[in-house]
Write a protein that binds this ligand. Structure first.
Ligand SMILES: NC(=O)c1ccc[n+]([C@@H]2O[C@H](COP(=O)([O-])OP(=O)(O)OC[C@H]3O[C@@H](n4cnc5c(N)ncnc54)[C@H](O)[C@@H]3O)[C@@H](O)[C@H]2O)c1
Length: 419
């Protein structure tokens, strides 16, 4: 092959994962990194030097985007990905976006149109689709091993109270403090949508009671549930957020017309269970086994984070840019990414509307986009226009005083957990 792809990373915290993959990847090299928090840049410089690489570091996105590179990984704030993806695409860079794809439906429209107009690669780094068990389920579903989906469940339970100071730094406006229950939905619903390849058509949302202690940490919203109907009539349940259990729980179940597959809750190296019905009704066989890394296993095994999934989003992005079949087959495109994200955005409208099912628009269709082009409804006062600002919880918003954020900031500086 020719020269390696030159890839930059925007956001050096979660972005470290992609940086590590790029430093070791045979087809790509880390070209530049951007973060306004300079200690992260020093870490990256040091790491790159150990790999014999002199990486360009920027504090400003406007300078970073001028760097000579083919593609950008977006690991910046979770509510700002679409905004920066559009800037990168129009600057001629392929984009790999961390979760989530967009904050509003208007941004979803703009993002899709930027991908269509530029013809560049957009890939969604929903790594939970590539965990050892979920990726195996995806591959087996595609082979037809359990027939056509009828029901599925996805669960991502993660109580972040203990690490809240370390992930919000006491910033009142940090995106995690601005969230609502259904927004961060793609770890739970995403793998089910990827496996089945079907479009979600309606969603009904629920919010669980917000944990009281989060008021002391600067955020107040409950765990979110999305009940999603797929285009073939199948139903999915997606649940995520801070419920009480340690360790957290990551679990998926998928039922089809000929059998089912399920993962064991959270525990590493637990088997995947697969049931397949025989020619006789209600008679079938179970398999249980720990799946193996089948694609680029030699490289992938070096990146064990998040259930073995942290290698693949970057790898398949690179393969797709290079026009290789596995990149086309396994990389998550902009339409699938937006479908995953819209499940949460519209679920919350359902929550605020007393639990009515809400239609999820098919934004592949340019005619459908018109009704949503100016739809900026969200909980972010910098983005919502007049009359579009939504409350952050359906349980009654609370006013959190500045002292709370000062206290959380001090906990972060002192390296202490949430209390
Ligand atoms: N897929 C996963 O398993 C997983 C895990 C953790 C985080 N994430 C995602 O990664 C993203 C980043 O989250 P995080 O945990 O790293 O925390 P974060 O959102 O607090 O960090 C983002 C980083 O980007 C930098 N940044 C943001 N905007 C910038 C700008 N305009 N100019 C310069 N620097 C800027 C910040 O300084 C910060 O270091 C989020 O989208 C989050 O959803 C994904």
């Amino acid at each position: 092959m020719g020269a390696k792809l030159k890839i930059g990373v925007f956001g050096g915290y979660r972005g470290q994962t992609m940086i590590d993959v790029l430093l070791d990847h045979p087809d790509a090299e880390l070209a530049a990194v951007c973060d306004k928090y300079t200690p992260l840049l020093s870490q990256v410089r040091e790491k790159a030097e150990k790999h014999g690489l002199n990486v360009a570091c920027y504090e400003s996105f406007d300078e970073f985007i001028k760097h000579d590179m083919d593609a950008v990984v977006l690991a910046n704030y979770a509510t700002e990905h679409a905004v920066y993806a559009v800037k990168c695409l129009y600057a001629g860079k392929h984009v790999l976006s961390e979760v989530l794809p967009c904050e509003t439906v208007a941004q979803a429209v703009e993002l899709i149109e930027a991908v269509e107009k530029t013809g560049l690669v957009y890939a969604y780094a929903e790594n939970y689709c590539y965990m050892l068990h979920t990726f195996e389920m995806w591959q087996r579903y595609k082979k037809g091993d359990i027939g056509t989906v009828t029901y599925g469940e996805g669960e991502y339970i993660h109580d972040c109270a203990g690490i809240w100071p370390q992930i919000t730094y006491g910033e009142r406006d940090h995106w995690r403090n601005n969230l609502y229950c259904n927004y961060y939905c793609t770890h739970s619903v995403g793998p089910l949508l990827a496996m089945t390849g079907l479009r979600p058509v309606t969603v009904t949302g629920f919010e669980c009671p917000p944990p009281e202690e989060m008021k002391r940490l600067g955020a107040y919203f409950g765990a979110g549930i999305e009940m999603v109907k797929l285009e073939n009539g199948a139903v999915l349940k997606s649940i995520h957020g801070h419920l009480k259990r340690e360790p957290g729980s990551i679990n998926y179940e998928l039922y089809g017309t000929k059998g089912m597959m399920e993962t064991g809750r959270q525990e590493v190296n637990k088997p995947l269970y697969v049931y397949r019905e025989s020619d006789k009704l209600c008679v079938g066989e179970w398999e249980d086994y720990v799946p193996e890394l089948k694609i680029e296993g030699g490289l992938a095994k070096n990146f064990a984070g998040h259930g073995g999934s942290d290698f693949y989003p970057t790898h398949f992005f690179i393969q797709k840019i290079l026009g290789r079949p596995e990149g086309n087959e396994w990389s998550i495109d902009v339409y699938s990414a937006v479908s995953m994200g819209l499940c949460g955005i519209f679920a919350y409208r359902s929550v605020l509307d007393g639990g009515k099912p809400i239609q999820i628009p098919d934004l592949r269709d340019p005619a459908v986009r018109e009704a949503y082009r100016h739809d900026n409804k969200c909980t972010n006062k910098k983005v919502a226009k007049d009359g579009e600002l939504l409350p952050k919880t359906s349980y009654g918003e609370v006013d959190i005083p500045d002292e709370v954020y000062e206290h959380v900031r001090q906990l972060w500086i002192d390296g202490k957990p949430g209390e």
